[in-house]
Design a protein around this ligand. Structure first.
Ligand SMILES: Nc1ncnc2c1ncn2[C@@H]1O[C@H](COP(=O)(O)OP(=O)(O)O)[C@@H](O)[C@H]1O
Ligand SMILES: [Mg+2]
Length: 377
């Protein structure tokens, strides 16, 4: 029988203290913990602390059960593991696990990572005295990797689109503030100065300046209202969506002479959540603006319904000159179509623009209707 001292590969030395082990593990990119047979966490390295969602100031787990509470471990397909099969449980029970593909997520966090987990029992000759748990990131292969890359690319486009749309919105608000509000206020200031100058010697002239000033105040108030409306559709504020859409289409029809009809199917109700209603109202506004600006249409059909899948479907169909979809969508300096689809996407919906030159345009959005905040009230 060989004793440790007979082992030619072994360099005799003092036993390694936990602190030395911890220092050695600290910077490894693999999550590691040494768990004693009594459930104590002897060492837990930085990578595993991070996987558990803990920050620099958070208390570290001292018992294996605490790791189990922080770390959600599932099988490769995202299914819960049977009782006692989680690598943390295996480590606590002194079992062995050869590199097994799993998915871990810090409890409460959104991001899950594919990993390989292993548990190696530590046997000091007197039976097991603990276990080494390792969790390392698993490179994705094949279809998983392609799907991930596709999602990442789509996400990048989404973020870029959103930033562009937001930057454009800010520019437009700044322009409106400057062109409308600031101009009216500057004119007001000038006219009040003239009124003050005329006050002592010509009260008729002073009165005239004051009257003009009043017109500036009315203009400034109207400009303020317009800018606020732009920020949040007041047409909708605290009103049911269907009524707001009806008013919008009536005033569009009266202004442009384009014949419009609006069908709201009875089961389009109950009222969608405020966010969804807001989004649909914006699509209606932008689509009607586009029709007035670009379509040269004679009629518009607007329709709000519920799909069998329970989502709201909103469509605006015109019989105007139509468009070439790819060109229209990425027209430099045009953010209307992009902004609409961005809003819809933000609500996990889907927007389609169809049409071809000479054959009218259809804008159609399917949006999960969401629960009306606080229920029907
Ligand atoms: N209903 C429509 N009929 C015809 N062309 C349209 C219609 N809606 C949009 N377009 C075309 O798509 C382009 C992009 O629209 P949009 O993104 O709203 O930007 P903008 O209206 O500022 O040009 C428009 O410039 C126009 O050429
Ligand atoms: Mg537009």
């Amino acid at each position: 029988m060989t004793t440790p001292d007979d082992d030619p590969g072994r360099v005799p030395e003092a036993p390694l203290p936990a602190a030395a082990l911890a220092a050695a593990f600290a910077r490894l990119p693999v999550g590691m913990a040494v768990i004693a047979s009594d459930g104590r966490v002897v060492v837990m390295n930085h990578a595993l602390v991070a996987m558990c969602g803990l920050g620099a100031g958070d208390a570290r787990p001292t018992r294996v059960a605490q790791i189990a509470e922080l770390l959600d471990v599932r099988d490769e397909d995202g299914a819960l593991l049977p009782e006692g099969r989680s690598p943390v449980d295996v480590a606590a029970a002194g079992g062995r696990l050869d590199e097994a593909p799993m998915i871990v997520r810090a409890v409460g966090a959104a991001e899950a990572r594919p990993v390989a987990c292993a548990v190696t029992p530590i046997d000091d000759g007197d039976g097991w005295s603990g276990a080494l748990l390792t969790i390392r990131d698993r490179p994705l292969a094949g279809a998983d990797r392609a799907a991930l890359e596709e999602t990442q690319a789509a996400l990048q486009v989404l973020v870029a689109d959103r930033e562009r749309v937001q930057a454009e919105e800010r520019r437009r608000i700044a322009r409106d503030l400057h062109d409308d509000l600031q101009q009216s206020l500057a004119a007001l200031n000038m006219r009040l100065g003239m009124a003050e100058g005329a006050l002592d010697h010509d009260s008729a002239e002073a009165r005239q300046w004051l009257e003009e000033s009043q017109r500036n105040v009315i203009e400034a108030a109207a400009a303020t209202r317009r800018i606020i409306e732009d920020l949040r559709p007041q047409g909708l504020y605290h009103r049911p969506l269907v009524g707001a859409l009806r008013d919008l289409i009536d005033s569009f029809s009266a202004r442009t002479g384009v014949a419009c009809d609006f069908a709201a199917l009875p089961d389009a109700m109950p009222e969608p959540s405020e966010e969804v209603a807001d989004c649909i109202y914006r699509i209606a506004q932008e689509s009607l603006t586009n029709i007035a600006k670009h379509a040269d249409a004679t009629s518009v059909h607007m329709r709000l319904e519920r799909t069998p899948a329970g989502t709201m479907r909103f469509s605006v169909i015109d019989d105007g000159r139509g468009l070439d979809v790819p060109t229209a969508r990425y027209q430099p300096g045009s953010y209307g179509l992009l902004g609409m689809s961005e809003r819809v996407r933000a609500l996990s919906g889907e927007m389609r623009v169809t049409g071809s030159p000479g054959h009218g345009t259809t804008v159609e959005a399917d949006i999960p209707s969401g629960a009306a905040a606080g229920g029907p009230s």
